[in-house]
Design a protein around this ligand. Structure first.
Ligand SMILES: [Cu+2]
Length: 825
């Protein structure tokens, strides 16, 4: 039995709780019964009053008992219609039907039954409207921007199969609606078919079955498992990317693993290199087999070596302790860990307002709209503070992970996870675990080739006492006090195969924003043997974690006092100077530091790294807007945790498709034709990327122009035993801050009334008094924490009708195979 979680509190006349004195078992039972009765009263229609104390006739009747906290829903706010809201399911269904009309000659086959040699729709979603239209709408009461859809079509039936994007609109569909190819945002007008995304994995099944069936007896003997396409298969495969260099081929290394909890940590050291060239899977070929550093050009050669005894074998897989790679608890729990930990409760009611329909929220002077898309999930728009826009768009762009190792998969893997879709990989969060118990949730709807789905808990919002003062000082003349360190976080989590990405946007009362990306989930484990030394760390008998870098890029379209901004470089250097007043014992010179400001004139100088020792930094300023002290107003990019960039530059598998990863930040002129630093096809086109980031930088002026900062975060991931079972978000995390730089005339957090000012006694030995600006925390009974519930969301077929719930096996296939090309055959 656990000890009592807390001692009941007595309340004195002014409602201040005091620790309980002696209590008998009888009185403890009595107060429990009283509290229950009072709670029932306030839950009944009679008990409407909030935050008042009540009493009854029992022994404890004289002691006030708090009522239930009544207002647990967030206050509302009414925003203009969200210009970035995604299309709804009906609109997408209507668009599919509109696109299928004969007169368009698109010759489309339903995506859920299309083969690779058919034309089919891969994606339909909203187009983000031009900024000028949105600003006219939001700032000048102009018309709502016209809505358009972006449509991605796989032209598998073309003589030269190709992928094309189209713009369809305006919406809603009418006789004015037209379709045209979207090329202006890409550096290559047509996307090679070999760079295509996966709609479903069926195309791989038959091919891989051909490659594995002849090996059934051998895999049983070497690995204790088989992959025959049966429900009880014990081996699963995963492909490594990229699949192509320039679109002229589509090939992948498959690595085989045991089909158990956390299969990513159960590699077998068995690899097959397969060709997926062309649209006929029956023609796909097995090109190589690699096992224990022995290379075979065919299955037949491999079988021959196995049968004639020349195959040098790896140790039989370790099958002991199957829970080690699961998330089941193990080991003794720490002292007092049987008690639930603390949770925060907004006793006075939530302090942020929401407009659920428009996915809009405000908190402590902040405002923002939320957007959500297939490629990168959550994005923030029109982020303002104290009535002024600071950021037009804040959106992740791409997530890179480049590996190293002495095996065909780890040595060649370079993921760009936009390919799999951060939005498509968003999962419902676990209330009270992924976000604090009182967090509010926003839904997101994503459209895919096979239909649409809505997840109710795709985004959470919560306010938290950071437990650390925003500012404080101890002093004597109205100098002693604290401003509370409250923060509001907007979060979304995407599980892309083995990894879980936590996207956090945290807002502070001084005008600072922290953008943070944390990772958890499973390592992409490699097979441990001594030749892997130097490429990671052994984490189990036959498993290693492989060395890799993560770099994630964000688009930050800052608008400081308008759209005309400049890029300021600040550096501090050391100087030795002579001053006339230095005629003293210390000599005539002094060494000191010195600030140098320089505006960076053009994009040519704007591919940037943080200065050594962080002596200075970069900020977006408006030269024509000054604060009261004559300083240009601005926002600084401040490095947060793990301010790294990519280590390996120039590798062929990331040659030109993720050049932003080389820098901590880069600043370019904002253009409608350069909306994003990557594309879903970039992963498979390192030699000929659809979006070539370096081409944004073409000598254009950065002097009082609309600027975009492309800011990266990341981690050098040197895996270790503590990555098992899952990587920890406390160190596998990276962030940057956007913080006011002479934007205000003073630190505006001092305006907060959630603060205290200490008055020292006027007489010696007198009592301290406090100014708390009338803000007092209420005392009410928070509602019980609701039991955890979970949902996989609502799925819609291509016809817009709700699909039947999936079985666990089907859910797993649908999630994992799509995102990490994991196949069960
Ligand atoms: Cu990692």
């Amino acid at each position: 039995m656990s000890p009592a979680a807390y001692q009941p509190l007595k309340l004195d006349g002014d409602g201040v709780p005091k620790p309980a004195s002696r209590r008998s078992r009888f009185t403890a039972i009595t107060i429990t019964v009283c509290a229950l009765l009072v709670s029932l009263y306030f839950l009944s229609p009679l008990g409407k009053a909030a935050n008042v104390y009540s009493s009854n006739n029992s022994e404890y009747a004289k002691e006030p008992v708090p009522s239930m906290c009544m207002n647990t829903a967030p206050p509302t706010v009414s925003a203009k219609a969200n210009p970035w809201k995604n299309l709804n399911v009906d609109e997408v269904v209507q668009l599919r039907s509109w696109l299928s009309r004969d007169e368009l000659n698109l010759n489309l086959t339903r995506s859920d039954i299309a083969s690779l040699s058919d034309n089919s729709i891969f994606l339909i979603e909203n187009v983000r409207p031009p900024k000028a239209d949105v600003l006219a709408y939001l700032d000048h009461d102009g018309d709502a921007p016209k809505r358009f859809a972006r449509v991605t079509i796989h032209h598998g039936a073309a003589a030269e199969p190709v992928i094309r994007d189209y713009i369809v609109g305006p919406l809603p569909l009418s006789t004015d609606t037209t379709i045209r190819q979207l090329t202006e945002i890409y550096h290559e007008p047509d996307v090679p078919y070999n760079a295509r995304g996966f709609a479903q994995m069926g195309e791989m099944v038959s091919a891989v079955q051909r490659f594995m069936t002849p090996l059934e007896n051998i895999t049983q003997e070497l690995f204790g498992g088989t992959a025959r396409g049966l429900p009880n298969d014990t081996l699963v495969a995963s492909g490594a990317a990229p699949f192509s260099f320039d679109g002229s081929f589509r090939r992948a290394w498959l690595t085989w693993r045991r089909n158990t909890a956390g299969p990513w940590l159960h590699p077998l050291g068995f690899f097959q290199y397969v060709s997926m060239d062309g649209t006929d899977p029956s023609q796909w070929k097995l090109l190589k087999v690699v096992y224990n550093h022995q290379i075979f050009d065919s299955n037949e050669e491999f079988i021959e070596a196995f049968q004639n005894g020349t195959l040098q074998r790896l140790p039989y897989p370790d099958e002991k302790d199957p829970i080690w790679s699961s998330r089941q608890r193990r080991g003794p729990a720490p002292d007092l860990d049987d008690r639930a930990g603390p949770r925060s409760v907004s006793f006075n009611g939530l302090r942020y307002r929401v407009d659920r329909d428009n996915q809009y929220l405000t908190w402590m002077g902040w405002r923002m709209y939320l957007g959500f898309d297939r490629d990168m999930g959550l994005s923030l728009w029109d982020v303002g503070f104290r009535g002024e826009r600071i950021i037009y768009e804040l959106a992740p762009q791409e997530a890179m992970a480049q590996y190293a190792g002495n095996d065909p998969v780890q040595a060649t893997t370079a993921w760009l996870d936009r390919y799999f879709g951060m939005g498509a990989s968003v999962r419902d969060m676990l209330p009270g675990y992924d976000c604090p118990a009182e967090a509010q949730y926003f839904p997101a709807t994503v459209h895919t080739a096979l239909g649409s789905y809505t997840r109710e808990r795709a985004i959470c919002v919560f306010e938290l006492d950071t437990g650390r003062p925003m500012t404080r000082h101890h002093g004597y003349l109205h100098e002693h006090g604290v401003v509370k360190g409250y923060a509001m976080t907007v979060r979304s989590i995407s599980t892309v195969g083995n990894y879980d990405y936590l996207f956090d946007y945290t807002f502070f009362v001084d005008g600072t924003i922290e953008v943070r990306l944390s990772a958890s989930g499973y390592l992409q484990g490699g097979y441990w043997e001594s030749k892997q030394t130097g490429y990671g760390s052994r984490i189990r008998e036959q498993t290693m974690g492989s060395l890799h870098d993560h770099v994630i890029n964000y688009k930050v379209d800052l608008d400081i006092a308008g759209t005309e901004n400049s890029l300021l470089e600040t550096t501090t250097s050391v100087e030795e100077v002579t001053h006339p007043w230095l005629e003293d014992d210390w000599g005539k010179t002094v060494l000191q530091q010195h600030i140098v400001h320089r505006y960076i004139a053009t994009e040519d100088e704007a591919l940037l790294k943080y200065p050594k020792n962080f002596q200075g930094g970069y900020s977006i300023m408006n030269k024509n807007a000054t604060n009261a002290w004559g300083n240009a107003r601005g926002y600084a990019v401040h490095a947060g945790v793990n301010p790294i960039h990519n280590t390996v530059v120039g590798s062929k598998r990331l040659l030109k498709n993720a050049n932003w990863a080389q820098y901590n930040l880069a600043v370019s002129q904002r253009k409608e034709t350069e909306p994003t630093s990557s594309s879903m096809w970039n992963m498979n086109l390192p030699g000929k990327p659809t979006v070539d980031f370096h081409r944004f930088f073409d000598s254009e002026s950065l002097d009082q122009e609309d600027l975009v900062a492309w800011i990266s975060v990341g981690t050098h991931h040197l895996p270790q035993a503590e990555d098992v079972p899952n990587t920890r978000t406390i160190t596998a995390t990276s962030s940057f801050f956007l913080t006011p730089l002479n934007y205000f005339d003073y630190d505006v957090s001092i305006d907060s009334t959630n603060a205290i000012l200490v008055n020292i006694p006027t007489e010696a030995g007198g009592e301290y008094t406090f100014e708390d600006y009338g803000v007092k925390s209420d005392f009410c009974l928070p509602p019980p924490v609701a039991p955890v519930t979970y949902s996989n969301g609502v799925e819609y077929g291509l016809d817009g009708k709700r699909a039947s719930p999936r079985t666990a096996e089907d859910l797993r296939k649908n999630a994992e195979l799509y995102h990490r090309i994991k196949m069960e055959i």
